[in-house]
Design a protein around this ligand. Structure first.
Ligand SMILES: [Zn+2]
Length: 184
């Protein structure tokens, strides 16, 4: 397999660091949803749930007041307008408890994967897109890969970048800024 498949070459000087000839990764992701990534080790131990064994793409937080938040990891694709590829951001979204359970139950049973997208709230913050409060999205389960996440229409730069596509210069900005919850 060619490594270049996962990169886009930036011939122009990078708008962030000035370097030429960047090989920009097309696949970056966050290992945990932000609320979990921001917790102390002890809180994670007491309140959080991520099963490395069963499936690390599911996360749950049980708050002391009784509220329980459910998260799933998916991929948010942004088409790159001046390259024949897309940036794939690994991000998290909330799901209702019923949908979260359904997603887990059908994960290994492709025939039962629901066709209708599930509603979620985006739960991965990016430095270029600081305000993700109330960014709703469709979470569409796949039979052979992580769920596809498509942001609902909103006047927001991240929605614009996903729906309209990005240039390689914009890709350089996005990749340089990274994802705070990424720990890999
Ligand atoms: Zn650069």
């Amino acid at each position: 397999m060619s490594l270049t498949w996962h990169h886009a070459l930036l011939v122009e000087p990078c708008p962030v660091c000035g370097k030429r000839g960047h090989r920009l990764p097309l696949d970056i992701g966050a290992n945990y949803p932000d609320p979990y990534a921001q917790m102390s080790e002890q809180d994670r131990w007491e309140l959080g749930w991520v099963s490395a064994k069963e499936n690390p793409d599911f996360c749950r937080i049980k708050y002391p007041d009784g509220q329980i938040d459910h998260f799933i990891r998916g991929v948010l694709e942004m088409p790159i307008l001046d390259a024949d590829s897309s940036l794939v951001l690994g991000v998290w979204a909330t799901l209702s408890e019923a949908n979260w359970n359904l997603a887990r139950a059908t994960w290994d049973e492709p025939d039962r994967t629901p066709e209708q997208p599930m509603f979620g709230w985006l739960s991965t913050w990016h430095r270029l897109y600081p305000d993700i409060n109330e960014l709703g999205c469709d979470v569409r389960l796949q039979t052979d890969s992580r769920p596809l996440i498509r942001l609902h229409d909103a006047n927001h730069p991240m929605v614009h970048d996903q729906h309209q596509g990005i240039t390689r210069l914009r890709l350089a900005e996005i990749v340089h800024s990274g994802l705070p919850a990424y720990e890999g």
